[in-house]
Design a binder for this molecule. Sequence first.
Ligand SMILES: [Zn+2]
Length: 231
Amino acid sequence: MLALGTATAAGGLAGVGARTALAEPTSLSPAASPSSASSEVWQRLRAGNARFAAGRQRWPRQDPAHRRSLVEGQDPVACVLGCADSRVPAELLFDQGLGDLFTVRAVGEVLDDAVVGSVEYAVEHLHVPVVVVLGHSRCGAVAAAIDLVQGRSEVTGSVSTVARAIEATVRATPADPDPQRFLAACVRTQTARVAEELPRRSPAIRAALDDHGVEIVVGVYDLASGLVTRY
Ligand SMILES: [Zn+2]
């Protein structure tokens, strides 16, 4: 059995009433349509990820003045639903600052009501134009589910809830004799399934996608290169 770490659904729901202006050169134009807004946000995240991967981070918006400017409220540009794995912190790998990303993390990006509710909150109340479902290479939760399906291990306790939630992903992924390639394929399947399931489980998220141009972006972060690839 692989160690999965601790699942968390970190919402940061306190102090979310007022929306603060972004002191950010690439902030969205107020006139931007939702679809161009989502495109702008993705370009911003992609640029930040390129800086991170190259070791040229700007470490933006982490100074005391910016921190104080966020006391009255938050105005994140995107929601990132990613794995709780300690190697995949969204703010670092997208080179973003305080208040930029509404981050929800759970091992294997497994959805439960709290995770769905957190994403729904970001879309419906904080009006983020983009939800990034972010898987990562060598995900221990997905590897544990593969071991479970292939009869190599047993899981116990609440960790079994996580592994069993990913079982369907493993069964839906075409077999591959190469274990690492199969794991990578299962990670992609898992992120795609989560992206499909979010609007199915939340009418508010579905309405945001259908009527307000909100976009769900599926990406996989590579632990070695530091790059996020969009699928
Ligand atoms: Zn993981």
